[in-house]
Write a protein that binds this ligand. Structure first.
Ligand code: G3H
Ligand code: 13P
Ligand code: ZN
Length: 320
């Protein structure tokens, strides 16, 4: 089937108590790893492209890679989505250039300005059959030290006005997740009986209040990598230095998927899988220099990371 929007995907996910995985793509191996796992597990999928990905790989290359995946995986629905669209012009370029979904991230603006820029994107997108994700509340990197401050969480009392005035099709909210591999400081965590650091719980109270105010409306979670400790260990064992890399516990993502969260964004886990695998490969084979030899195991491991997410975390396996 051709590229689809996320409309029907989210309706089914909402009713079915699962979430669709939104995985960031930057190159051919990552596109292949994600879509092969989804095809084998019969899962719908959102392939998302950031501003940085477009700058790195070029819009046309990324669109053509995704179109190739659509041809290779005709049985599963695939959405091509702009991640964190910074402005109207970037969203327009993606809408005109073959994307079926865009995010306009107006979260750095005032509430009023966020509504204004989001509304403008929605009008253009809907005229062209494309759906739009907006954002309320701010996610931040841990270095900003603001991601868990009260002020950056989504304010549930704002969501109805934002959705009705903008016409967005889905809404990203901030409930304690953040981007990257360092989501929590060790001092924010508690040690469990196995000696593993457990981060503070996400603010499910905010998610529940948002859902009460927006019945049947799809919610999106960004910053949802779990930062698998096996891969952190692999990176650190083979010459890397990623101390205190901590992600969102998978049980919490599973719980969010059972509620109103229909799209869960995962990027850092795939990066970690690729980097850990390549570091290990070079350490074990210092004489090798053919990129196919180290990208092949990296692609295979990313595929298994995605499969695990589909089956054990998102609950979307078998839902295509
Ligand atoms: O939310 C950010 C995504 O992980 C994309 O990251 O801007 O480095 O491509 P990027
Ligand atoms: P992670 O950094 O947790 O993978 O989040 C990715 C994301 O939210 C992309 O928009
Ligand atoms: Zn994000």
């Amino acid at each position: 089937m051709p590229l689809v929007t996320s409309k029907e995907m989210f309706e089914k996910a909402y009713k079915g108590g699962y979430a669709v995985g939104a995985f960031n793509v930057n190159n051919m191996e990552i596109v292949q790893a994600i879509t092969e796992a989804c095809r084998e597990e019969k899962a719908p999928v959102i392939l998302q492209v950031s501003k940085g990905a477009r700058a790195y790989a070029n819009h046309t290359y990324l669109v053509k890679l995704v179109e190739a995946a659509v041809l290779e995986c005709p049985e599963i629905p695939i959405v091509l989505h702009l991640d964190h669209g910074p402005d109207f012009e970037t969203c327009k370029a993606c809408i005109d250039g073959g994307f079926t979904s865009v995010m306009i991230d107006g979260s750095a603006h005032s509430f009023e300005k966020n509504i204004e820029v989001t509304r403008k994107v929605v009008e253009y997108a809907h005229d062209h059959g494309v759906v739009v994700e907006g954002e309320l509340g701010t996610l931040a990197g841990i270095e900003d030290d603001v991601c868990h401050a009260e002020g950056s969480y989504t304010r549930p009392e704002e969501v109805e006005e934002f959705v009705s005035k903008t016409g967005v099709d889905s809404l990203a909210i901030a409930i304690g997740t953040s981007h990257g591999a360092y989501k929590f400081k060790p001092e924010q965590c508690t040690l469990n009986e196995k000696g593993i650091l457990v981060p503070p719980a996400l603010r499910f109270d905010i998610l529940e209040e948002v859902s009460r105010r927006l019945p049947n409306f799809p919610i999106v979670l960004h910053g949802s990598s779990s930062v698998p400790q096996d891969y952190v260990k692999m990176v650190n064992t083979y010459g890397g230095k990623m101390p205190n890399a901590i992600g969102v516990p998978e049980e919490q993502l599973r719980h969010a998927a059972e509620l109103s969260v229909c799209k869960i964004n995962i990027d850092s886990d795939l990066r970690l899988g690729m980097t850990g695998t390549i570091r290990k490969f070079f350490s074990e084979h210092p004489d090798k220099f053919d990129p196919r030899e180290y990208l092949k195991p990296a692609r295979a491991n990313i595929k298994e990371i995605v499969r695990h997410k589909l089956v054990d975390v998102l609950g979307c396996a078998g839902k295509a």
